[in-house]
Design a protein around this ligand. Structure first.
Ligand code: NAD
Ligand code: DAU
Length: 355
């Protein structure tokens, strides 16, 4: 039976990729996309998707209980995929207030709306599902060896990861206390089309294209596990279709890279695809080591064995293929990037919150 999904944050990076995936399957999914359109939300990420019977866009805040409750009843929501969040670690260090509001209070508001709208005696009846999209950053930082698995203790170290850990705990508590059909995914670093250019890969792309310095935090040896965004979206779909309530699933690319390696790959591919800089120097010459991020987690690495064993999910796109596709996409969408970069997005919250 076709499900009606409330996708929150569907105009952001991963959310828009997910909306594109679901609207391609109208016999299976009907999508209601709730997004506040903060600096990170962009309707251009949804170009080509038309409003109609299968898709509705609602501009609004997940902290607005009245609006969220109305949507649950009006749209007969039976599935939630909750992406909406403040997602950038650096911003959480300079301005944590928005992270507490959206990531904690916003998640609470959605959980409460689901609790009110779905049958009290059996909220999961009719295969209802509330999928909370979270991050591997809740687990803290690894040393040289080891992996995060679903039993790893939470040890968040930035205001961003602490707010996501808090929302994970709330979601889990709603499963245990109220029987809400909650599932949680904890994913590693995504890359791909529509990623906002404050994040490492699109930021380096943009600066490298314009011959600007490429800021590398600290010694550049921090490790992240990179996953192509469409693989993440497909994993989420599998968790919706075949996952179990009350469970969490780690999702990763099995693709650990030091930040400096990532910056080198982007520089070298652009040198090859376009040409070296006008000066004739390679783009690597733009690399500039800058002051480290406070509390910078050293290494993340995901053990994605559970989702493989239980749901048969594995990433399909290798890093070599994914990064090439991503850079080709950015090259073909430079206007999208230029419009964002020329805007005043850096100061978005300064107008709203005092520090
Ligand atoms: P993003 O910053 O690109 O997009 C966030 C979206 O949420 C934007 O469209 C924004 O307008 C919307 N939003 C923000 N506050 C809102 C509010 N109060 N009400 C309604 N909408 C609001 O983020 P992303 O990188 O796509 O991440 C999406 C989710 O996935 C987040 O929950 C994040 O924690 C999680 N995640 C991200 C990654 C990653 O590598 N990007 C990895 C693992 C998990
Ligand atoms: O691990 C999942 C997380 O990945 C998500 O939960 C977050 O929402 C997402 O933003 C991402 O967090 P990171 O902090 O890992 O991503 P970011 O792109 O900001 O940084 C990646 C690494 O690159 C990190 O070690 C910091 C470093 N970095 C980042 C920027 C923006 C630099 O060296 N220079 C930079 O300019």
């Amino acid at each position: 039976m076709r499900k009606t999904v409330l996708v929150t944050g569907g105009a952001g990076f991963i959310g828009s990729n997910f909306v594109h995936l679901l609207v391609g399957k109208p016999e299976e999914w009907r999508v209601v996309n709730l997004d506040k359109l903060t600096y990170a939300g962009n309707l251009k990420n949804l170009a080509g998707i038309e409003e109609g019977e299968n898709y509705r866009f609602v501009r609004g805040d997940i902290c607005d209980a009245e609006l969220v409750e109305k949507l649950f009843t009006e749209e007969k929501i039976d599935t939630v995929v909750h992406f909406a969040a403040e997602s950038h670690v650096d911003r959480s260090i300079t301005g944590p207030a928005a992270f507490i509001g959206t990531n904690i209070t916003g998640t609470f508001t959605l959980l409460e709306a689901a609790r009110k709208a779905w049958p009290v005696e059996n909220p999961g009846a009719g295969e209802r599902c509330f999928l909370h999209v979270s991050t591997d950053e809740v687990y803290g930082s690894l040393g040289e060896t080891g992996f995060f698995n679903e039993s790893t203790g939470y040890d968040p170290r930035s205001p961003y990861s602490a707010s996501k850990a808090s929302s994970d705990h709330l979601a889990s508590a709603y499963f245990h206390t109220y029987g809400l059909p909650v599932r949680i995914t904890n994913c590693s670093n995504n890359y791909g089309p529509w990623q906002f250019p404050e994040k490492l890969i699109p930021l380096i792309f943009n600066n490298a294209m314009h011959g600007k310095p490429l800021p590398v935090y600290g010694d550049g040896k921090n490790v992240r596990d990179w996953l192509y965004v469409v693989d993440h979206c497909e994993a989420i779909e599998q968790v919706l279709l075949r996952g179990a309530n009350g469970e969490s699933y780690n999702i990763g690319g099995n693709n650990e890279k030091q930040n400096l390696e990532i910056v080198h790959v982007v520089c070298d591919l652009l040198d090859r695809k376009i040409a070296p800089l006008k000066s004739g120097e390679p783009r690597r010459s733009l690399i500039t080591f800058v002051t480290d991020r406070p509390g910078h987690d050293r290494r993340y690495a995901i053990d994605a064995g559970k989702i493989d064993r239980e749901l048969g999910w594995q990433p399909k796109v290798s890093f070599e293929e994914g990064i090439e596709k991503t850079l080709d996409w950015y090259l073909a969408h430079q206007q999208w990037m230029d419009e964002i970069v020329s805007g005043d997005y850096q100061n978005y919250y300064e107008k709203m919150y005092t520090r």
